[in-house]
Design a protein around this ligand. Structure first.
Ligand code: FAD
Length: 508
């Protein structure tokens, strides 16, 4: 298929700054450790990636009919398109943003998978059962267990499938909530999102799968009780596209403040780390067809987000030993508690914000700090006392807090808050840093209900014929708390499955 370049630069893209997420294979990792992702968190900024240099399909090539319509070109959508194409179908992807990638582009920590060939090569002992148990514990026992079994049982084959397409995630590390090294990243330990999205688009292009950007799907059509295509707006015109099946992969609703507030009034006014296009469109369109939703109030809040930019400060900074202090210059929480608990402790402060405090040695270990500094997020001073003055904290109190903390590190005991991890390094080497943070919305765990075949379900458990969904648009898999690395696993495993199942349906 002939393609022509869609000028994405007209939408104000800025150049990508890709820093390594975590260097050493042995290092612990966490989500959003790449500065390239955090750059994109402002609602006003556009998605930034080398994905912008790909050629998208020219609108003049739009046809009226395809076998399968895929709504949204994030990880789940592109995985669905590739597996549908493998099954002999003629799929199309419609993407409302000027470039493909969605939130997937922002993901940096990696993709969880168990019993993989790469784990075996590195001598890491893992099992699908352990992966299941870790995820269920993380989700506070509320995960949809059928979906979860499918996720873990098919995670290794998703890694192999990606590898077969030249997307090799063979650098494995720890992530929060995992008992063993399970989070898979590109060989150099760099950000998973840009690597994954670039690899997927490369395959989409090689397979001549039409991918239209600036193409918003506004409605899913139904004829005689079966899904029959979609309405799209492309180049300012509304068009009806017919298809045998529709796969909805529109991502979450982390940037739709109205939806967030309606399900979680307590999150009113929270900044979001998610892509501006995460507006819950798919959920709304599916609800119009009678599709059921689940866990809509389960919204993951991340405790270290710069409020004016929405920039996520990676858990790596706390993982490397940073502490959190309140405006009085005192610690108030075990900084390595789960995201929900640390966020709650910040919200309970009268000022509802806190400062991450760390030293120059930590800044050297956590490469992301360079980026935070370049973006003006850090406050820096040669001594603790000078730092305290800059952030309007009593210098003697902050000094005493640091002294106590450094003694805790020495003794390997935190009598006040019981912190037991990330106590390998003290904070004694100037210059010293502060970053002002507060909680921000990070991931929406609720969404439409699906079964293991990714068919969309109604309240009574019946399916909507021809309608499939995968990725962050769906709910139930993560329960009340998603563990880091499981969203990328989710989009790859279920995105792939959606393509297979939609193809089976369309073939009948
Ligand atoms: C900063 C950050 C870091 C993260 N790091 C990690 C990590 O390391 N590991 C991990 O597992 N998870 C991580 N996550 C979560 C993970 O990235 C997402 O949950 C996942 O990528 C969602 O993928 P998706 O394909 O479902 O949706 P998306 O990737 O968001 O794609 C959805 C696409 O649909 C498009 N769309 C929406 N509505 C329409 C419409 N009406 N018409 C056409 N197109 C539409 C959107 O523009 C978008 O491109 C992170 C999230 C954030 C915000």
């Amino acid at each position: 298929m002939k393609k022509s370049f869609v000028k994405t630069l007209a939408f104000g893209l800025v150049s990508t700054l890709i820093l390594s997420a975590c260097g050493a294979e042995t290092s612990s990792t966490s989500e959003a450790s790449s500065s390239s992702q955090t750059k994109e968190t402002q609602a006003s900024s556009e998605v930034v990636s080398s994905a912008s240099v790909y050629e998208y399909t020219n609108p003049t090539e739009l046809q009226e009919t395809y076998d399968i319509v895929i709504v949204g070109a994030g990880g789940a959508g592109m995985a669905a398109a590739l597996s549908a194409k493998d099954a002999g179908m003629n799929p199309v992807i419609f993407e409302k943003a000027p470039v493909a990638g969605g939130n997937t582009m922002k993901s940096s920590g990696g993709m969880n998978a168990s019993e993989t060939k790469f784990q075996e090569e590195l001598g890491i002992e893992d099992s699908n059962e352990l992966f299941f148990e870790d995820t269920l514990t993380g989700g506070k026992g509320t995960n949809n267990q059928e979906l979860l079994h499918y996720l873990v049982d098919n995670s290794a084959s998703a890694i192999d499938w990606l590898d077969s397409m030249g997307i090799t995630l063979n650098n494995i590390s720890y992530s929060g909530g995992a008992s063993v090294k399970r989070i898979h990243r590109p060989a150099d330990g760099s950000s998973v999102g840009t690597y994954l999205v670039d690899g997927l688009i490369r395959n989409i292009t090689e397979q001549s799968i039409p991918l239209f950007v600036n193409s918003e799907v506004t409605k899913i059509n139904e004829t005689d009780g079966k899904v029959s295509g979609v309405e799209i707006i492309i180049e300012g015109e509304t068009k009806t596209i017919t298809s045998d099946a529709v796969v909805v992969t529109t991502g979450g609703y982390g940037s739709n403040h109205e939806m967030i507030e309606s399900f979680r009034p307590d999150l009113k006014g929270y900044v979001s780390t998610t892509a501006a296009s995460s507006t819950g469109d798919g959920i709304k369109m599916i609800e119009q067809l009678g599709g059921a939703t689940v866990d809509m109030d389960q919204i993951q809040v991340h405790p270290t987000v710069v409020q004016d930019s929405g920039m996520l400060i990676s858990e790596t900074v706390r993982g490397e030993g940073a502490i959190l202090v309140n405006q009085q210059g005192e610690r108030f929480v075990n900084e390595l508690e789960t995201r929900d608990n640390v966020s709650a402790a910040e919200t309970a402060l009268p000022e509802q914000y806190a400062y991450l405090i760390f030293d120059n040695e930590l800044a050297k270990r956590a490469k992301q700090v360079e980026y935070y500094e370049s973006e003006g997020a850090t406050i820096k001073a040669d001594t603790i006392e000078e730092l305290a003055q800059q952030i309007d904290i009593d210098p003697a109190t902050l000094k005493a807090t640091l002294d106590t903390w450094n003694n805790n590190v020495k003794e390997q005991k935190d009598p006040e808050f019981g912190r037991e991890t990330a106590m390998d390094y003290d904070l004694t080497t100037g210059p010293f840093y502060a970053i002002k943070i507060a909680p921000g919305i990070h991931h929406t765990m609720g969404g439409v209900q699906i079964n293991v075949d990714t068919q969309v379900l109604k309240e009574d458990g019946s399916v909507i014929p021809g309608l499939y969904a995968a990725g962050e648009v769906t709910g139930g898999i993560h329960g009340q708390n998603r563990i880091g690395g499981n969203a990328v696993a989710d989009i790859m495993v279920f995105g792939r499955q959606a393509g297979v199942q939609a193809a089976k349906y369309a073939n009948n």
